[in-house]
Design a protein around this ligand. Structure first.
Ligand SMILES: CCCCCCCC/C=C\C/C=C/C(=O)SCCNC(=O)CCNC(=O)[C@H](O)C(C)(C)COP(=O)(O)OP(=O)(O)OC[C@H]1O[C@@H](n2cnc3c(N)ncnc32)[C@H](O)[C@@H]1OP(=O)(O)O
Length: 289
């Protein structure tokens, strides 16, 4: 398995779990739990996102992420991935606003297509995906959690999660909305999406946008323990079931990809939308001071 050191703050850390060799030694003398512990331990790969300062989705970062996911998907050693952030400030701040502000239609087209690619790869992944959410994640920052099979959120008031697009003067695309509806239901999604709600941990758990809330220092160990449960299920059965449940939602994007890109480009190119986004970005920078 490739070990990719982060370069200049942009990168991912992927490493097989286990000893230096990547696989713990077989323990035939111990009981079943020992043996199965070894078996699942090296079946999962931690994927740590690192695009400082806030893991925003620049085009370069998205492209690297897709390449790394494809490698993991094709490496039959791995059956699951625990995705977490290696940036102290955020799990992900979502779409990098500099990619959708002040650029040209060709750039917006390319950017949106790559974001769709990432969504499709994650949503239909054969691997078990667990999001270990150790920082805030807003709007597009929820793309990874909402396409994961399980979400664990750190119990910290800064760890807000939700699709807050309306607060930026934009609308979440239907393929962000659909997984949210699948996870928390129609009425709760209507409420959350229209008001652009960012949920603190207790509310996030209550509405169901995350499956578990644990102290920050337990996010990783909880993710490992949840992964054990998921990897106890035979892959072929779980994968068929996942595909059966998710395919109708994914097909909507596959079928309407080009129209969705056109809608995005014409929407984001409007002067009024550009102004809203620029004001939001300026406000983010002001808040810092
Ligand atoms: C016909 C219908 C058609 C439908 C069309 C659909 C259109 C849909 C279009 C787009 C969808 C967009 C989705 C998105 O994801 S938009 C982005 C949403 N993200 C957010 O709102 C999060 C914003 N960030 C934050 O809230 C905070 O930064 C934080 C909580 C993540 C971290 O806070 P803090 O620790 O206080 O750090 P700073 O705020 O100081 O941030 C550090 C640094 O990072 C910059 N930054 C933050 N977020 C972004 C971002 N998303 N893009 C670019 N840059 C970002 C921030 O400005 C600071 O920069 P610096 O001042 O230069 O250091």
């Amino acid at each position: 398995m490739p070990h990719l050191p982060p370069a200049q703050g942009l990168g991912f850390r992927m490493r097989p779990s286990g000893g230096k060799s990547g696989r713990p030694a077989a323990r035939s003398v111990h009981g079943v739990s020992e043996v199965s512990a070894s078996w699942w331990w090296w079946s999962q790969a931690p994927l740590q996102l690192k695009n400082l300062p806030v893991n925003s989705f620049s085009l370069e970062f998205l492209t690297e992420l897709i390449i790394n996911l494809e490698k993991l998907e094709n490496d039959k050693t791995f059956r699951g991935i625990i995705i977490t952030s290696d940036c102290p400030k955020a799990f992900s701040a979502g779409v990098d606003l500099r990619e959708i502000c002040g650029k040209n239609p060709a750039h917006y087209t390319e950017y949106w297509k790559v974001l769709q690619d990432l969504w499709l790869r994650l949503y239909l992944s054969n691997l078990v995906l667990i999001s270990a959410i150790n920082g805030p994640c807003a709007a597009g920052g929820c793309l990874i959690p909402l396409t994961s099979d399980y979400r664990i959120l750190a119990d910290n008031p800064k760890c807000l999660i939700g699709l807050n697009e309306t607060r930026l003067g934009i609308s979440a695309p239907f393929w962000f909305k659909d997984p949210l509806v699948n996870i928390i239901g129609h009425r709760a999604s209507e409420h959350a999406l229209q008001l652009g709600l960012l949920f603190p941990p207790a509310e996030a758990l209550q509405v169901g946008i995350v499956d578990k809330v644990v102290p920050k220092d337990q996010v990783q160990s909880t993710a490992l323990s949840v992964m054990t449960q998921w990897l106890a299920i035979p892959d072929h059965a779980r994968q068929l079931t996942k595909n059966m449940i998710r395919k109708p939602t994914a097909d909507l994007l596959v079928k309407h990809r080009d129209t969705d890109i056109q809608n995005f480009v014409s929407f984001i190119s409007r002067d009024s939308i550009q102004k809203s986004l620029q004001m939001y970005l300026a406000k983010l920078k002001q808040n810092k001071d």
